[in-house]
Design a protein around this ligand. Structure first.
Ligand SMILES: Cc1ncc(COP(=O)(O)O)c(C=O)c1O
Length: 366
């Protein structure tokens, strides 16, 4: 591949010896489950994000399930979420027996549209699950006002947004409870699966600690049906090496995004918008194309990586056919699914690759 969509090896390379040493220490210790590294990583992320509690779990999908289960959300309940997101968002809602209710998105940031969320509320609505999509914060101020007025729980799916903030408050510290994924391609990505739940609620944090360990405090007395969903000690040790580097990596992503704008990428596609007060960290750099096939064709011909994410939004996926959504019911979601395209974005993205992308589009439009 001439210009890859993503190549994270360059960000890890300078840390090779530190990571190897951290892994070696865990192996020597013989402690692989809920040991000192998980404990320290939980304290470090809680301090870093500005929350009272962070609980390490097996992956970002389990983090969502645990957030819902800790609040007893299940059969008969509705949870409002976007249809333009990774499948785990609505999947987690359905997996606990609740019903995902899909709201539309704003056209420039691709985040939940508060007016659409408000219109989707019924007597059965228990929570809003906002997603900070592509590294940009959801409109939490507006969603908070709606949640407070209706007595709803506000969940943040921050899987794609470790390090982003809104009005100076970090994603993961804004809502009632938040979830993260450490899937390797995430901005803070481990070397395998991993996840985190954050909250300021002492009782909920305690419940999640029990639920992740088969519903038990002491491994002998079982007070509820739980899960086996723990962050591995090895992953925690690796993530502790990566965490201090993340702010610098996110700065590099922001610089790369600014460079796309400086190079005049907006001559060919619509650039992602930034909401007032938002500090996005460009987990993905997603543009909107009037003729996506043509842009994709031009980039492919020049060996420049690009990918379409979420081309069938979830309200139109077969798994949710019973919910009765029809094409046209979420117009901005469907338009984003038709028009959006992710372009190369990662901390060590070479400037030359961005020039090559622009040259490919210039050549195709000449
Ligand atoms: C928005 C969103 N939610 C949830 C998840 C689920 O995370 P994981 O893959 O760690 O289960 C992901 C990641 O893939 C995601 O992008």
């Amino acid at each position: 591949m001439g210009v890859p969509l993503m190549d994270l090896r360059g960000q890890w390379a300078p840390l090779h010896d530190q990571i190897t040493a951290a892994v070696g220490e865990v192996i020597t210790s013989g402690v692989f489950i809920l040991g000192p590294n998980v404990k320290a990583f939980e304290a470090e992320t809680a301090a870093d994000l500005g929350v009272a509690h962070a609980v390490g779990v097996a992956n970002g999908t389990d983090a969502l399930l645990l957030a819902l289960r800790a609040h007893d959300i299940g059969a008969g309940d509705e949870v409002i979420c976007p249809a333009y997101t990774f499948y785990a968002t609505p999947e987690s809602i359905a997996a606990v027996g609740a019903t995902p209710v899909f709201a539309d998105i704003e056209p420039t940031t691709y985040q939940l549209d508060p007016a659409s969320v408000e219109a989707a509320i019924t007597d059965r609505t228990k929570a809003i699950m906002a997603v900070h999509l592509f590294g940009h914060p959801a409109p939490m101020k507006e969603l908070r006002a709606i949640a407070d007025a209706k007595g709803l729980l506000l969940i943040e799916d921050a899987a794609q947004s470790y390090g982003a903030s809104l009005d100076g408050v970090r994603c993961g510290a804004i809502g009632d409870i938040a979830t993260f994924s450490f899937f390797p391609t995430k901005n803070l990505g481990g070397f395998g699966d991993g996840g985190l739940v954050t909250t300021n609620d002492d009782a909920i944090a305690e419940r999640i600690r029990e639920l992740r360990f088969h519903g038990s405090k002491d491994k002998r007395t079982f007070t509820q049906v739980g899960m086996n969903s723990r962050l591995d000690e090895l992953q925690a040790a690796i993530l502790r090496v990566l965490l201090p580097e993340l702010a610098g990596w996110n700065d590099l992503r922001q610089a790369a995004a600014a460079r796309y704008a400086d190079l005049g990428l907006d001559r060919f596609v619509e650039l992602p918008g930034t909401a007032p007060g938002a500090d996005p960290i460009y987990h993905l750099y997603v543009v909107r194309c009037q003729d996506r096939d043509a842009i994709q064709g031009a980039l492919k011909a020049a060996d420049v990586g690009c990918v379409v994410y979420y081309d069938t939004p979830h309200h139109l996926q077969p798994v949710f056919a019973d919910l009765g959504y029809e094409e046209g019911s979420l117009p901005e979601t469907e338009r984003a699914s038709r028009e959006c395209l992710a372009l190369p974005m990662y901390p060590t993205l070479p400037e030359a690759d961005q020039h090559a992308l622009i040259a490919a589009l210039e050549a195709a439009s000449a």
